[in-house]
Design a protein around this ligand. Structure first.
Ligand code: HAM
Length: 426
C-alpha cells in the first residue's frame, strides 16, 4: 500500500502555507492596482482544448498531460496551464461582448504536468497568471511584463533577468518556418525522432528540444528576428520603447521561442540570477497569442498574458535570503486556573472571537505554568489570566507580553480594552 503523496506533489503545511498566502495576497493586490479581475475555471477540461490551444506538437500535449476517460467515455485532461482554459471561458461566456474591453483577468491555481520531478519542477504546481484579451496595443504587452516584474520586485527579489523576443506575425513566422526547414533538412537523420516529426509539423519546436539542444545546427539556426516583417518589427520596437519608458531593463534573446504553440509577436521570460537557485532558472513566462481566441471558436481577439509558479518564486526568495514579513503572532491567549475559571474562559473566548479578536486557549487540561508556555510558543501578544480571585471580582488580568505590564480589566470592558490595545491605542 502506497500511502505517500504522489511523486512530484507536495503537502504544504502550516509555517509554509502562510508564505503562500502572503504571495497570493501580494499578487491579488497588484492585480487590483492594475485592474485585473479574478477568473476561476475548472481543474479539468476536454482534452481537445489543450490539443488545439497549447498545440499538438508541444511536449506538454505529447508527453506531459494527465489525461483520463471519465465514466461517460469523455477524454478529459487535468489542466497543464491556464491560458487555454481562460480563453475557452472568455469565448463560452461571451466576455468579448462586455462593454469594457480589453478583458483583463487573473487566476491562481494548481496545474498538472507529467514531467521528471526535480527542484522547481513539480507534477502539480501552482500558477499565478494574467491574461489581457482584446487589445493589440504594444503598451499592454509592456503592462503585462511590468506587472510580473513589479510582483517579484515588491516581494524583494533583486537578481532578476527579463528576456524578451518577438516571434512575429503569421507572415514572418511562415518565412521563418521555411528557413528552419531548409536549415534542418540536411541534418534530419542526426536529429531525435521527435525532431524529425517536428521538422514537418512544427520546426520551431526543434529549437526547444531538450535532447538535441547540443546539436551544432542549433547554434546556427536562422533566428526569427531576421525574418520579422516591417509590421512585426515596429510592434516589437514599440514594446521595447514602453519598457524603456517604465525603466524596466531587458535583454533580447533571439533564441527565446517558448514551449507552447499559441505565441506570436512578444515572448518573454523572467529568470532568477540568484546564486544557488538551481538548474532551472526560469521563474515565469508569457507572451502574445493573437489568433488563439479564433482557434477556440471566438471572434478575432488579440491576447497576451504570462504565468509564474509559486514554487519557483518561493525558491527564488530563499536563494536571495528574503524573509517575508509574516505575522506569526497571536493576539491573545487565555490562561485559566480552576474549574470555574476554565468554564468562564470558554464563554469569554467566544465573546472575544465574535468581536473580531484573535484568541486561543488551552484544551489539554494543562497546568498554569504549561499554559503560559503555550502562550509563549504561540507568540501571544496578551495573556489573559483567569483564576478564582478574578472570577469573584469579574475581572481578567491582562498581561502585555512585550512590556510585562499587567492590568485588571472588568469582564464587560474586556472587548473594548483589547480592541484598543491591539489597535495600538493604549
Ligand atoms: P509556461 O512557460 O509553460 O507558460 O509556464 C509558466 C511558468 O509556470 C514557468 O515559467 C514556471 O514558473 C512554471 N512552471 C511550468 N512548469 C512547471 C513545473 N513542472 N513545476 C513548477 N513550475 C512550473 C504557460 O503556462 C503559459 N500559459 C503562460 C502564459 C499565460 N502565456 C500567456 N499567458
Amino acid at each position: 500500500m502506497n500511502m505517500k503523496a504522489p511523486r512530484g506533489t507536495q503537502d504544504l503545511l502550516p509555517g509554509t502555507t502562510e508564505k503562500w498566502q502572503y504571495v497570493e495576497a501580494k499578487f491579488k493586490d497588484l492585480c487590483n492596482r492594475f485592474n485585473y479581475s479574478e477568473i476561476r475555471t475548472p481543474i479539468f477540461e476536454h482534452t481537445e482544448l489543450f490539443q488545439r490551444g497549447v498545440g499538438d506538437t508541444t511536449d506538454i500535449v505529447q508527453k506531459e498531460m494527465y489525461t483520463f476517460t471519465d465514466r461517460g467515455d469523455r477524454s478529459l485532461t487535468l489542466r497543464p496551464e491556464g491560458t487555454a482554459s481562460v480563453v475557452r471561458a472568455f469565448v463560452e461566456n461571451k466576455l468579448f461582448g462586455l462593454p469594457s474591453q480589453p478583458t483583463k483577468l487573473f487566476y491562481f491555481g494548481p496545474m498538472f504536468r507529467y514531467e521528471r520531478p526535480q527542484q522547481g519542477r513539480m507534477r502539480q504546481f501552482v500558477q499565478f497568471g494574467i491574461e489581457a484579451l482584446g487589445s493589440a496595443d504594444p503598451a499592454i504587452d509592456a503592462e503585462v511584463i511590468s506587472l510580473a516584474m513589479s510582483g517579484y520586485q515588491e516581494l524583494g527579489l533583486r537578481s532578476l533577468k527579463l528576456v524578451i523576443n518577438s516571434l512575429g506575425d503569421s507572415e514572418s513566422r511562415t518565412n521563418h518556418r521555411n528557413a528552419l526547414i531548409s536549415h534542418f533538412e540536411p541534418h534530419k537523420e542526426e536529429l531525435c525522432g521527435d525532431c524529425q516529426l517536428r521538422l514537418e509539423k512544427n520546426p520551431l519546436r526543434i529549437l526547444d528540444c531538450k535532447k538535441d539542444s547540443n546539436h551544432p545546427a542549433m547554434e546556427t539556426a536562422p533566428s526569427i528576428l531576421e525574418y520579422l516583417n516591417d509590421e512585426s518589427k515596429l510592434y516589437f520596437e514599440a514594446v521595447k520603447i514602453h519598457l524603456d519608458q517604465m525603466g524596466i531593463a531587458y535583454v533580447v534573446d533571439k533564441n527565446l521561442v517558448r514551449g507552447l504553440d499559441y505565441y506570436n509577436h512578444t515572448a518573454f521570460e523572467i529568470m532568477s540570477e540568484a546564486e544557488g537557485f538551481g538548474a532551472i532558472t526560469t521563474l515565469s513566462g508569457g507572451g502574445r497569442y493573437n489568433g488563439l481566441v479564433e482557434d477556440l471558436g471566438g471572434p478575432e481577439t488579440p491576447g497576451i498574458g504570462f504565468a509564474l509558479s509559486v514554487e519557483r518564486l518561493l525558491m527564488a526568495l530563499e536563494a536571495e535570503g528574503i524573509e517575508l514579513p509574516l505575522n506569526n503572532k497571536l493576539d491573545c491567549y487565555f490562561v485559566a486556573l480552576g474549574e470555574k475559571a476554565s468554564s468562564e474562559a470558554v464563554r469569554l473566548t467566544y465573546e472575544l472571537r465574535k468581536a473580531g479578536i484573535q484568541v486561543d486557549k488551552d484544551y489539554q487540561d494543562k497546568k498554569f505554568k504549561a499554559q503560559f508556555k503555550s502562550a509563549d510558543r504561540l507568540n501571544a501578544k496578551y495573556v489573559l489570566v483567569l483564576g478564582d480571585d478574578e472570577i469573584e471580582n469579574k475581572i481578567v488580568n491582562v498581561k502585555d507580553m512585550n512590556s510585562g505590564e499587567q492590568e485588571e480589566v472588568a469582564f464587560e470592558q474586556l472587548v473594548s480594552y483589547l480592541q484598543e490595545v491591539l489597535r495600538g491605542g493604549k
